[in-house]
Unconditional design. Structure first.
Length: 202
């Protein structure tokens, strides 16, 4: 399975990713690992495709991505920093991910709760007054994504302890993995640069 946890800082991505890893490892007795992506240090294909080049749907490995490509459609505009991620790069990366059965989990919070979280986190480069804008930017990025999506709201009481949500997310991811395995629109022998161009469909 290939699962992507995306959303603003402090919305529970890392906690969710660790719970997914633990559940998958325990229930399937197969390898599950978490990959965390920080600010990009290379071009988008090297950042978001190359690390997954050997992943094969149905191959027995599960990968949970603790933030991935969606944030690069948000933070450059917010901070005013340059980025190589444009519509073409986004389309190619998402085509690659969709072919491999990726599921996008939107980690969401209310404006009020994100404001409170930012107030408590003194190390954050953003402030409570940025909360509404950040959430709007992520919502806009999700709308532009062609990946199948499910929602995880940390606002809900006890949500971090709810096993039914973890089971639901894993079930959704397993269905996407099965679809990708059945369609076989990917090839593990391809290089990342060639595997993302011209082989996907919406």
């Amino acid at each position: 399975m290939l699962i992507i946890c995306e959303g603003p800082d402090l919305c529970g991505k890392s906690t969710l990713a660790d719970r997914l890893r633990s559940y998958i490892s325990t229930t399937t007795h197969k390898e599950a690992r978490v990959i965390h992506a920080g600010p990009p240090l290379a071009d988008p294909i090297s950042e978001y495709v190359t690390p997954l080049a050997d992943y094969v749907p149905g191959g027995g490995e599960s990968i949970i991505l603790d933030r991935w490509h969606v944030g690069e459609m948000v933070w450059p505009g917010f901070f005013g920093r340059p980025t190589q991620m444009g519509p073409v790069e986004m389309r190619e990366i998402e085509g690659f991910l969709k072919e491999r059965g990726a599921l996008l989990i939107r980690c969401e919070m209310s404006v009020t709760n994100l404001e409170r979280a930012l107030e408590r986190a003194e190390y954050e480069p953003t402030s409570p007054g940025d909360a509404a804008h950040i959430l709007w930017l992520f919502d806009d990025a999700y709308l532009r994504s062609m990946l199948p999506q499910v929602s995880y709201r940390r606002d809900e009481e006890g949500v971090l302890e709810r096993d039914d949500l973890i089971i639901h997310f894993v079930g959704c991811a397993a269905r996407e993995e099965h679809r990708a395995q059945k369609e076989k629109r990917w090839s593990s022998s391809m290089t990342p640069a060639t595997s993302v161009v011209g082989l996907w469909s919406t």
